[in-house]
Design a protein around this ligand. Structure first.
Ligand code: SF4
Ligand code: SF4
Length: 99
């Protein structure tokens, strides 16, 4: 089989352009996961450890208190569950099938 001549980098089409800066919140990055994060308001002490550790800014906070989860962007990584100090945990990962 004849090997195709590789293009030089200057000949490659331009890709990966981000035309609108600061638009990440418009993309639903959490909709691929079959699991979902659930917050328990009754046991939460609003220590905000989950909020400060979340890599996706998916813990919704208002007036220094947790008010819910942004499930459109939460990737269910579980970091917030790990750091939550309450017993039982105030954050839980559940399967979407039983939600
Ligand atoms: S599971 Fe991960 S992405 Fe979702 S709220 Fe917790 S720390 Fe953030
Ligand atoms: S880490 Fe747990 S107790 Fe602290 S604010 Fe988050 S959910 Fe509430």
């Amino acid at each position: 089989m004849k090997k195709e001549k590789l293009k030089k980098w200057q000949e490659l089409p331009i890709g990966g352009l981000i035309l609108d800066m600061g638009n990440s919140s418009e993309t639903q990055t959490g909709d691929w996961n079959p699991n979902r994060l659930v917050w328990n308001e009754d046991t939460c002490t609003h220590c905000l450890l989950c909020w400060i550790n979340c890599p996706d800014a998916s813990i919704k906070v208002e007036d220094s208190k947790v008010i819910g989860i942004d499930n459109y962007h939460c990737k269910v990584c579980g970091i917030c569950v790990e750091v939550c100090p309450t017993k039982p945990k105030s954050l839980e990962i559940i399967s979407e099938e039983v939600a």
